[in-house]
Design a protein around this ligand. Structure first.
Ligand SMILES: Cc1cc2nc3c(=O)[nH]c(=O)nc-3n(C[C@H](O)[C@H](O)[C@H](O)COP(=O)(O)OP(=O)(O)OC[C@H]3O[C@@H](n4cnc5c(N)ncnc54)[C@H](O)[C@@H]3O)c2cc1C
Length: 459
């Protein structure tokens, strides 16, 4: 059917290599690669400012890789696919699966309406090592706790597949033939007018090539010693692959294969390798939880927390967002996030749980972090959104939180972006922990301190 092209719909898989949906589409004949910016279906979970910058850059790279064949659209994906298949006479639409609840609902609906119109829709797995519905306990129910999920559920199964090669000679449908509704990258309006995203350019290289560069750097300089080093935010020993994984510029299969190849040289300690794989499995587990508990983004995992007495505290929220809490680790982390779009895992744990100590509704923290790129990935919602689900997943009591002062002392604060903060001494942080007669003003300086609610014993 030379005249009937296959539509390949890029989503969270902005890469050519190890892209099973794209590889399958190119085997069928002439391909029309498209991307749809669907702000409608995502509702309140639409992308934040930094995520939109990342997407712009990543699509720019993908356009170059596809030599101008990528077609961009903005609007309701269902409507656009209907219109496009009719216009092109396409009989097949291929895509790779996403696991966020709103995307699953949307994709199901799209599949139904395409099938009704006599068009075949086929989806593939490109972003998870194990499909969430395949890993179940012996009684057929989903795992609730990470260790048995990973050790018994995942590792007890067949090893994940090897990466798929990029298409060698894809036959692309003539792009000039597709006009209706397609737009230029700039017309998607992903870049903010203020140009604040420019600071992110210094730290990241979005796109498939940037992702592989990041992976190679990590394999040569970060993997050896990862197990210990990953707990120290100042060391920069982690891979920083999370936004690349989120946009699908690299797959976990590719990362796994690359690490196994490096390990075959015998120069990588097994403990470091195992630990990194278990972190990748945390990503899988987060998607797994989201798949089996689709209400997770809105409601806590444990019903008793539905009655948690969150506070409306605009002042506290602002101080938390700007990194002015008085806790060096929290403040250094929040400022690094604002300036680079990154926050180290250890800092995230302290920052989130300290936000909850302030009793700020977790949705406020999530929305801020999503805007700063910290929250590019849905899977971590159970963690980023609220420490309460974290403790639920880890089976810890809710009151067992990280102490932001001692954590700061132990894990080496990333001062690099906070020279003024660095000048403050630990006394300041301790002072910030003291009650101040309910005024939330620090003794001596009179500075506002949202942490006034903590007692001296907490420090
Ligand atoms: C409160 C909280 C919020 C988080 N929010 C996000 C988020 O919004 N987006 C996000 O991608 N990750 C999130 N994580 C997970 C983790 O902190 C980041 O993925 C990690 O810091 C990114 O740095 P890295 O790529 O250098 O990690 P590495 O240490 O190099 O880990 C490699 C990869 O494993 C995955 N990973 C590592 N740790 C975790 C984890 N605890 N949970 C899930 N996946 C993990 C990530 O995909 C990461 O890129 C959060 C963790 C916590 C505790």
């Amino acid at each position: 059917m030379a005249d009937s092209p296959v539509i390949f719909w890029f989503r969270q898989d902005l890469r050519l290599a190890d892209n099973p949906g794209l590889a399958a589409a190119t085997q069928q004949g002439s391909v029309v690669p498209i991307y749809i910016l669907d702000n409608e279906s995502s509702g309140s979970w639409s992308m934040g400012g930094a995520g939109r910058w990342w997407l712009h850059r990543s699509l720019q790279k993908l356009e170059q890789q596809l030599h101008g064949h990528l077609r961009l659209f903005c609007g309701n994906a269902d409507d656009i696919l209907q219109q496009l298949t009719t216009e092109l006479g396409a009989q097949r639409v291929f895509w790779n699966r996403c696991y966020e609840p709103w995307r699953i609902a949307r994709d199901r609906q799209i599949k139904e309406s395409l099938n009704l119109a006599g068009i075949a829709a086929q989806s593939f797995n490109a972003s998870l090592l194990w499909e969430p519905w395949e890993v179940l306990k012996a009684d057929g129910t989903p795992y609730k706790v990470f260790t048995p999920y990973y050790r018994n559920g995942c590792l007890g199964r067949n090893a994940p597949r090897n990466p798929v090669d990029p298409p060698v000679s894809a036959d692309f449908y003539p792009s000039a033939a597709i006009v209706a509704g397609a737009c230029r990258l700039e017309e998607l309006g992903l870049l903010s007018r203020q140009g604040w995203y420019k600071k992110l350019e210094q730290h990241w290289l979005p796109g498939e090539e940037g992702a592989h560069q990041r992976l190679n750097d990590f394999v040569s300089t970060g993997l050896d010693g990862y197990r210990q080093g990953r707990d120290f935010p100042a060391l920069e020993q982690t891979s920083r692959l999370s936004p690349h994984l989120h946009f699908g510029e690299i797959s976990p299969h590719q990362i796994r294969r690359s690490l196994l190849t490096a390990a075959a040289t015998g120069n990588i300690p097994e403990a470091d390798l195992d630990h990194f794989f278990s972190e990748l499995a945390w990503r899988e587990f987060s998607y797994y939880q989201l798949y089996h508990n689709p209400h997770l983004p809105e409601a806590p995992l444990r019903v008793e927390f539905q009655r948690f007495p969150w506070l409306k505290d605009e002042g506290g929220l602002r101080f938390w967002q700007r990194g002015l809490t008085g806790y060096p680790l929290v403040d250094a982390g929040m400022r690094e996030l604002w300036q680079t779009g990154f926050m180290h895992n250890r800092v995230r744990m302290v920052v989130v749980l300290s936000g909850e100590n302030l009793m700020l509704p977790w949705q406020q923290g999530e929305s801020w972090s999503r805007d700063c790129l910290w929250m590019p990935t849905w899977p971590a919602i159970p963690q980023a959104g609220s420490g309460l689900p974290v403790v639920a997943l880890m089976l810890l009591p809710y009151f067992r939180i990280f102490n932001p002062v001692t954590q700061g002392q132990k894990s080496l604060i990333p001062w690099r972006l906070c020279p003024t903060l660095c000048a403050r001494d630990w006394g300041f942080a301790r002072q910030a922990c003291m009650r101040s007669g309910g005024t939330n003003r620090l003794a001596g300086t009179g500075e506002y301190c949202p942490w006034g609610r903590l007692s001296a014993a907490d420090s």
